[in-house]
Design a protein around this ligand. Structure first.
Ligand code: NBY
Length: 795
């Protein structure tokens, strides 16, 4: 057996094909080649990874721990190749083997361990933490099944299990020795003044580590995901007695904990297994953090100097009481000291103000699973009430345990994810707590990693930018402002416009291949991709499309700007209104696309199974980014940033980070419409506001009437009675009241697009001025304002 070749990538691929995959090149499939390349790339990460770990120990540096139920990673092979700056080498090696490089990259399944923005943010943060050389660990769950696969049957969403681990995962290292046994249920014993929890059921958490390499390969961190394992996997007694299924029952139950990602991203379901998952991953992570700390330190009071823990939403909130329990019950520190230490380490990011999304648990369910934690939460509440006697805000009360309050009380810093959202946190859900703890709430506006969301996904744009200003922008995105002077150069602007044209052509090819549909490449590519939600208002978008269709039919010769409306996104399986919206879009698309009268002028396509990889295809080809949530409801948005960076113009409301995007790109380069937060609040108080808006806008009235009369569901005319009833009745998200202004803004888009040159100029200004929305900038903010962490690579 030859040694593994260390420098020649092609030879390393051949080596791994033989010795890691056990395949003869003559019989190797695309999968085998991809695995062989992945292993060869992984080898090149590992040395860097181990030195980074050693450097951290040696410097005794503060470590950041990012606890998140979700990491929406997508594919990793290209990310890793790009960050190691091996793209040319990898392509050449693969092509020399007679294979197609892109095809090989596309063979990798998406790691879809998240629902949407929250999970994707965690993945961008991991990449930026490594880029900045900040010693950090991501902690989460190694779900066997990520977010479900979506397909359409007669326009209706169908869900099928996702299976990314059917194939071996080249990036992870299983750590059978890194296990913690976790308890559930049971009793609390008090003896001689000390209290201990004696759980009844036990499961083990086993670690799987994935290295995360930063830009230019200077630093690597660890993403540690926990998998459920049985303490006693197999009951030999039962097996010998002939009860084979029961013999393996323990194992099956334990594995259930990490079996599936819950697909609900906005309504709190209060499920028993969900709370088990939350405790499982939080408790395993906290134990791992303490273990690592105790290998270097004896004095637990130093913990806040060495450890910063970020809770991504309230899902890991139980980490607070668990840390207090370990310090107090298990290590014997006085309760108040344990609480102070825990609070010195913990921080909490809020991602939503929607009341129905705030986690809370019935106390009976909570006590049945975590009896000791409920007691400790009461003591935490008491300590808080003692320190702030004037007002009573508690985590436990009225028969419920509220994770938002718990997280806030247990945190050193609490942050929102965009300026508007952070302001609203202070005046709405956390008003009282903010009064008690002024200064605890801070803002850290979201960002996205430029490596994946510009450089990799948009190679044409990346090449143009690098050709213009050098490649420094990839690691320092605010350098994009250096593009501005070139925008007035007609030749340069033509090249910029050509990038979009080529990307659109590429998307057209893909849509034709995959969906047998021809898109008009001259049209505005108008894209709304995100989870389906009433507050995100995909129904506002489709209503406008229907009204536009009717208007074009009335007046076909009016010089319409052609449009392709592209939708993508999944609905939570139990969110029936969202599923109706999906079906309506598909029904309307079928009728409108078949209409010869509007052919070439208006097309609607709903791409099934939207995921990270699809976003990477769509965003570079978009002209128009739909960010049309009801003001005050979208905490930030991150898709909005990706579109702007890739030269799409936004049509949007004053919501979330749209506000900051508009400030930066300039209001003349942004299509603003709709009510402000205050106007929306006031509008809701107006009696029959929806009916009033409909009566005042004949276009809106006609579009709703078409839906009501079954124009898009002739076989079942009242199919959309629910949607129509909502739009004409309560309309909490103010679709009707914002419609007229949305229509106006859309016609401005039409006008602007007709002037190709000026459109390109506006698009280029969006790209040049959006560099602030890099997650590198966001992470620097967390490091300085929240974690007190420093870079070990001088970044
Ligand atoms: O987090 C999103 C926000 O809606 C978006 O505005 C923001 O940009 C993004 C990052 O800060 N929230 C989100 O994606 N939430 C979830 O995916 C989610 C998932 C699970 C649950 C709740 C929300 N859950 O309760 O299980």
């Amino acid at each position: 057996m030859d040694d593994l070749p260390r420098t020649d990538l092609r030879a390393a691929i051949m080596w791994h094909l033989t010795y890691t995959l056990g395949k003869d090149p003559d019989h190797a499939q695309l999968f085998d080649w991809r695995m062989a390349l992945s292993h060869a790339v992984r080898d090149r990460i590992v040395d860097r990874w181990m030195t980074a770990t050693r450097d951290t120990y040696r410097a005794d540096a503060k470590r950041v721990y990012y606890l998140s139920m979700e990491f929406l990673i997508g594919r990793l092979l290209e990310d890793n190749i790009v960050n190691l700056q091996m793209t040319d080498q990898a392509r050449a090696a693969i092509e020399s083997l007679g294979l197609d490089y892109r095809q090989l990259l596309l063979d990798e399944p998406d790691a879809a361990l998240g629902n949407g923005g929250l999970g994707r943010l965690a993945a961008c943060f991991m990449e930026s933490l490594a880029t900045l050389g900040c010693p950090a660990y991501g902690y989460g769950i190694r779900y066997e099944h990520g977010l479900f696969r979506q397909s359409f049957l007669d326009g209706r969403q169908q869900e099928a299990p996702e299976d990314w681990l059917q194939q071996p995962n080249a990036w992870e290292f299983e750590r059978p020795e890194a296990r913690f046994t976790l308890g559930f249920g049971g009793n609390i014993l008090t003896r001689a003044g000390t209290t201990r929890w004696e759980p009844e059921h036990f499961v083990q958490a086993e670690a799987f580590d994935t290295p995360v390499i930063g830009w230019r390969g200077r630093w690597a961190n660890t993403l540690r995901l926990w998998a459920g394992r049985a303490v006693n996997p197999f009951d030999l007694e039962r097996f010998n007695a002939g009860d084979f299924a029961a013999a393996a029952e323990n194992e099956a139950l334990a594995r259930t904990i990490s079996r599936v990602l819950y697909p609900e991203d906005s309504t709190e379901k209060g499920k028993y297994l969900r709370l088990m998952q939350e405790y499982f991953f939080s408790a395993a992570s906290i134990r791992d953090i303490l273990r690592r700390f105790e290998t270097a330190h004896q004095d637990l009071r130093l913990l806040p100097q060495k450890v910063a823990i970020q809770m991504n939403d309230t899902h890991p909130a139980i980490a607070g009481p668990e840390l207090v329990r370990l310090l107090h019950d298990e290590r014997g520190l006085p309760f108040d000291e344990a609480l102070d230490i825990a609070r010195g380490c913990l921080n909490y990011t809020n991602h939503t103000l929607l009341p129905e999304a705030l986690e809370s648990w019935g106390e009976a369910l909570f006590a049945s699973l975590l009896p000791r934690h409920l007691q400790l939460i009461d003591r935490i509440d008491d300590a808080h009430a003692k320190a702030h006697p004037a007002r009573r805000v508690s985590a436990h009360g009225d028969g419920r345990v509220r994770m938002g309050e718990l997280s806030f009380i247990m945190s050193n810093r609490v942050n929102g994810v965009a300026a508007l959202h952070t302001g609203l946190m202070k005046t709405t859900v956390f008003r009282e707590l903010n009064d008690l703890h002024p200064g605890r709430i801070v803002n850290e506006t979201n960002g996205v990693t430029p490596r994946r969301w510009v450089h990799s996904c948009n190679p044409r744009l990346s090449a143009l930018i690098t050709d213009t200003i050098g490649d420094g922008w990839i690691g320092d995105l605010e350098k994009l402002t250096e593009l501005e002077p070139h925008i007035d150069d007609a030749d340069w602007l033509a090249r910029f416009a050509q990038v979009k044209t080529d990307n659109k052509a590429g998307l057209c090819d893909w849509v034709t291949r995959e969906h047998e549909l021809m898109l008009n490449p001259e049209a505005i590519f108008d894209v709304q991709i995100k989870r389906i939600h009433e507050y995100k208002r995909q129904h506002l978008n489709i209503l406008e499309a229907i009204a536009l269709w009717q208007e074009i039919r009335d007046n076909p010769g009016a010089g319409w700007t052609p449009r392709v409306k592209i939708f993508g996104g999944k609905a939570a399986p139990g969110y029936f209104f969202a599923k109706d919206i999906i079906r309506l879009i598909n029904d309307a698309a079928r009728v409108i696309n078949a209409d010869a009268a509007t052919h070439g002028l208006l097309q609607i396509i709903y791409l099934p199974n939207y995921n990270v990889t699809m976003a990477e295809r769509l965003i570079p080809a978009a002209d128009l980014s739909e960010q049309i949530s009801t003001a005050g409801k979208e905490a930030s948005g991150t898709g909005n940033m990706k579109f702007a960076l890739n030269g799409a113009l936004t049509i949007g409301t004053l919501d979330g980070a749209n506000v900051e995007i508009r400030e930066r790109v300039g209001k003349e380069n942004f299509f603003l419409f709709g009510m402000t937060v205050d106007e929306a609040e006031a509008r809701r108080q107006v009696e029959n506001h929806a009916a009033g808006a409909i009566a005042a806008d004949p276009r809106l009235a006609r579009a709703i009437e078409a839906i009501r009369a079954g124009a898009f569901s002739p076989d079942e005319p009242d199919r959309y009675a629910g949607i129509v009833g909502n739009l004409t009745g309560p309309d909490y998200f103010l679709v009707a009241s914002d419609f007229s202004d949305y229509w106006r803004a859309q016609r401005e888009v039409d006008q602007a697009y007709a002037d190709k040159r000026n459109w390109a100029r506006m698009a280029a200004l969006n790209a040049a001025r959006s560099g602030w929305f890099s997650s590198d900038r966001t992470i620097r903010g967390y490091m300085a304002d929240i974690w007190g962490a420093r870079s070990l690579t001088g970044n």
